[in-house]
Ligand binder design. Structure first.
Ligand code: GLU
Length: 304
């Protein structure tokens, strides 16, 4: 498969959508990003790499960080993790409060904000220095020591994070988080603020694409079965209330973020990351979804 040729053709085909959608501005720092950017990188488990446009530009990974947080929590807690958080698709927006209230403070899954805030609480309780160890894990799995938090983005989100603060308060009311709300929110926003490029993200997600390889990065160890199950959760819960649509259009497990990034994997074949800041009404990158839809349609490669 000539992925370089394929993704270059795809880019030409999706250019008409370049102005569709709107970048996230509820985090003021994210509104400063030039929305007219697009990057894509695909890496196979055999080591082939194809990249186009701004594949090396770092962006805010936002909710894609939830996959890294889940990997760490699963490695520490094993199956007992599922007492704190569910693994069913939410069918609601990423920051919905309603479901959390009805379900008495147990988040539907680790990829909605409430679930990730519980993950942040677990890591704070279990690790000596959660911020340092989280970054250490991301750097190790991506094989790049220069990846970092962007504290300006985290502060900007904290200053405007009324809804996430409500979620944290509701979780605390239901005794679903142990640590104080401020520390949990701070760590959650820091995780979301990590910046990576499409090349770095697709490289990191090869660890999930290839569940036959040992998963052991900076002390975070997962069995092959745990990696496979994480992929299942990405398939069913990776795109908020658009998980069904993404499954229908693209047919790969993945995770999106409001920074405009999407990463998806084709198990035992490749990992692919796309980035373009303009989002659709569900918070997913317009060009990103189009690119991945074309990728799996043209290559006839998807899990279905
Ligand atoms: N930090 C963002 C928030 O909590 C993450 C949301 C996302 O990327 O979907 O609102």
């Amino acid at each position: 498969m000539d992925y370089q040729q394929i993704i270059s053709d795809i880019y030409r085909q999706i250019l008409p959508y370049a102005k569709e959608g709107k970048q996230a501005d509820y985090i003021p720092e994210l509104a400063k990003v030039n929305p007219d950017q697009f990057g894509m990188c695909i890496q196979t488990i055999e080591g082939d790499v194809a990249a186009i446009e701004s594949a090396d530009t770092r962006f805010s990974i936002q909710s894609i960080s939830k996959v890294f947080a889940l990997a760490m929590c699963l490695s520490i807690k094993g199956d007992s993790l599922w007492k704190r958080v569910g693994k069913e698709p939410s069918g609601t927006a990423f920051n919905s409060l309603v479901q959390l209230e009805v379900e008495h403070g147990i988040p539907r899954n680790p990829f909605i904000n409430a679930g990730a805030i519980v993950m942040a609480d677990i890591l704070l309780s279990e690790l000596d220095n959660a911020e340092e160890e989280f970054l250490g894990f991301v750097r190790a799995v991506a094989g790049n020591d220069t990846i970092d938090y962007n504290p300006a983005v985290a502060i900007s989100e904290r200053e405007n994070g009324y809804l996430n603060a409500s979620i944290a308060n509701l979780l605390k009311y239901h005794h679903s988080i142990e640590n104080d709300i401020e520390s949990v929110l701070h760590f959650y926003f820091m995780m979301c603020s990590v910046e990576m490029s499409c090349r770095e993200l697709s490289g990191a997600f090869l660890a999930f694409a290839n569940h036959h390889r040992e998963f052991d990065y900076a002390g975070v160890k997962l069995t092959s079965s745990q990696v496979k199950r994480m992929n299942a959760i990405m398939q069913t819960c990776g795109f908020y209330d658009e998980a069904g649509e993404f499954s229908y259009l693209v047919g790969l497990p993945g995770k999106s973020g409001v920074g405009g990034g999407i990463v998806a994997i084709y198990p035992l074949q490749y990992s692919v990351a796309v980035w373009s800041p303009r989002l659709n009404s569900k918070g997913n990158s317009v060009m990103g979804i189009k690119a991945l839809e074309l990728l799996t349609s043209e290559t006839k490669e998807s899990i279905f």
